[in-house]
Design a binder for this molecule. Structure first.
Ligand code: FAD
Length: 584
């Protein structure tokens, strides 16, 4: 089939199509393959180069190797407390109960976690965790995990399609039965026909101009694809700003400075040398929850106590050089290479950066189902596990745990299903025509528009929000939606076309963030409004966005009481043993 510049060159039939070759997608595909399910994975980047490789500091599991008092229930209590109590409790239970198994499986498959002298896997502190719970491979835990998963997929010869950009989902009647992908290097279109489609496309932190992701990732593709077929979204206003991103040099703006630096004893000070966390969380200091530390850093800078490059200082120089090199090798090299700074001798300059999307597709975590038949989701593209704020180390646990659980729940279902439902040719035509219509030699450079959108989002619905700023943000967004994009006519390796596809999804994600944030008239977790600075019991609910023709409808979801076994631990005052932490 040929439409304008594009032709559908291949049809690939598979029982399960997984979009996304990050940690969630790969773990899911391995489980499906092991249960004899025909699975194909598609990724827009090269195999092994998914965003998951950026994950630094660790993966949480209550192993109790360092602190035997730890338990899955305490892990759940920390997760719900830090999540502003709007998490999906069932999802949290599944995460915390299954995380220890996920770690032993990864270790068995070859992830070389740091070990103590007794041979047990080491665990480090992460912000707002009651005990040391994050297992790690130096400060490149995500890379080590993804390499393990790639090895396992290679061993099984699982089909992974590289550098294919999925730009549309397909359905027949109301059920999803395929997708269309643009082969980036050739400009050819691939049609996928499947029984079940799983989105594992990651987050949308790149809607902000300071982001810890690489510029070509985390553009919210899964959000755009899901929205297009009418799927529901939840907690879109909940976006995590990491307290510590690089601020200098300009090219490094937003690049993550892992929480492990604070986990290893890093101290924050302002330009006057004041250890300011004492004003914001006297007890937990630098190891307070991410939202609290991010706001503290932001306020210090806003109120004029920031450094020359609008940051605050993060200092780890009091630790032995050999410890820094062993536990934070990536940070050492990152600052040496990008900032010409030796972190064993000099302080780092840091400020908040957009980091993690707590909001996303509204799913049932017991089986990964979205609100649309045939469409499932896993990993950062989903919502619910982390509520209003994510605990560091919980995302890697989430992608491994739910990658596997979703696959397991599908196995029974898929065996009951009939043959593949044929693709709707008319719909393919419509979607390819939409792609063709993006070709244009008029309008503005899409990369420039992308930057405009990112700046608007940082300015109007960033770390600190209020009604006036957000309403203005919505008006600006409406103008950006109308911009004509000059993508050129090239079909192969066309960066501007990819940027235009990114923008489509980013606009949808941004609109849902703005509308949800404007609706939530309180401050909770990562969502902080100066006009409603306190948490309100009336708002202990989730905001759901439902796509309607040319509009987004808002619904609310009430939240049941936290199970007693967990809630009693949320109120328990455990002794926070700083001495033990510093001696590690
Ligand atoms: C700098 C940094 C450090 C972090 N450190 C930690 C940490 O220490 N601990 C922790 O728990 N979490 C950490 N996180 C978060 C964690 O890395 C992510 O949440 C997690 O890796 C997400 O995995 P995922 O599989 O859901 O998505 P991703 O790894 O983002 O994978 C998404 C996949 O989808 C593909 N894709 C997207 N759109 C399309 C499309 N249209 N067509 C085809 N393919 C597509 C991408 O190419 C990619 O393969 C960190 C994040 C960052 C940015």
């Amino acid at each position: 089939m040929r439409i304008g510049h594009y032709s559908v060159s291949r049809l690939i039939k598979t029982d399960v199509l997984v979009i996304g070759s990050g940690g969630a997608g790969l773990r899911c595909a391995i489980e499906l393959f092991d249960k004899n399910i025909d699975v194909t994975v598609v990724g827009k980047c090269k195999k092994g180069d998914a965003h998951t490789i950026l994950a630094r500091g660790g993966i949480n599991a209550a192993l109790g190797n360092m602190d035997p008092e730890d338990s899955w229930q305490l892990h759940a209590a920390d997760t719900i407390k830090d999540g502003g109590e709007i998490n999906d409790h069932k999802a949290v239970e599944l995460l915390c109960k299954n995380a220890p198994k996920a770690i032993s499986e990864l270790a068995q498959w070859g992830t070389d976690f740091h070990k103590e002298k007794n041979g047990k896997i080491s665990q480090r502190f992460f912000g707002a965790a009651t005990f040391r719970r994050a297992c790690f491979v130096g400060d490149c835990t995500g890379k080590a995990i993804l390499e393990t998963l790639i090895k396992q997929t290679n061993k099984r010869n699982i089909k992974i399609e590289e550098e294919v950009y999925i730009f549309a989902l397909l359905k027949n009647k109301r059920k999803i039965n395929g997708a269309l992908g643009l082969e980036i290097n050739t400009g050819n279109i691939i049609a996928y026909n499947c029984k079940i489609l799983i989105l594992g496309t990651g987050g949308h932190s790149r809607v902000f101009n300071r982001s810890s992701s690489r510029f070509w990732e985390n553009n919210g593709d899964g959000i755009g694809l899901g929205f297009d077929v009418g799927a529901e979204f939840m907690d879109m206003e909940m976006f995590q700003f990491h307290p510590t991103g690089m601020v200098y040099p300009k090219e490094a703006l937003g690049t993550l400075v892992t929480e492990a630096v604070r986990g290893e004893g890093g101290i924050l000070t302002n330009k006057d040398g004041e250890r300011f966390m004492i004003k914001y969380d006297k007890k937990r200091m630098e190891l307070s929850a991410r939202d609290i530390v991010a706001r503290a850093n932001f306020i210090e800078i806003e109120e004029g106590r920031g450094t020359k490059h609008d940051g605050v200082w993060l200092d780890i120089t009091h630790r032995y050089k050999k410890d820094i090199l062993k536990k934070l090798p990536v940070m050492y090299n990152q600052f040496k290479k990008l900032g010409k700074i030796d972190i064993t001798k000099e302080k780092m300059e840091v400020a908040p950066t957009a980091h993690y999307s707590m909001g996303g597709l509204h799913i049932n975590h017991e089986n990964g189902k979205t609100s649309i038949p045939g469409l499932y989701a896993i990993g950062e593209v989903t919502s619910g596990v982390h509520g209003a704020n994510r605990l560091g180390g919980n995302s890697l646990a989430e992608i491994i745990v739910f990658g596997k659980l979703t696959a397991q729940s599908l196995i029974r279902e898929i065996k009951k299903m009939d043959n593949l439902v044929e693709l709707d040719k008319k719909l393919i035509n419509v979607k390819c025509t939409e792609l063709e219509n993006l070709s244009s030699t008029e309008g503005k450079d899409p990369i420039y528009i992308k930057e405009e959108l990112q700046e608007m989002m940082w300015e109007h619905v960033g770390v600190i929000r209020d009604e006036k700023k957000m309403k203005k943000g919505i008006r600006l967004l409406e103008l950006l939606k109308k911009e004509k994009l000059n993508t050129g006519l090239e079909v192969k390796m066309n960066k501007n076309l990819i940027a235009a596809l990114n923008i489509k999804s980013m606009l949808i994600a941004s609109e849902m963030i703005l509308i949800s944030a404007l609706n939530r008239k309180e401050s909770r977790g990562a969502h902080y409004r100066t006009d409603y600075p306190y948490k309100s019991s009336d708002w202990k609910k989730n905001i759901i966005c439902v796509p309607k023709r040319n509009a987004i409808e808002i619904k609310f979801k009430s939240i049941p009481l936290v199970p007693k076994t967990i809630s009693k631990l949320m109120n328990h005052k455990f002794e926070y043993n700083k001495k033990r932490h510093m001696l590690e």
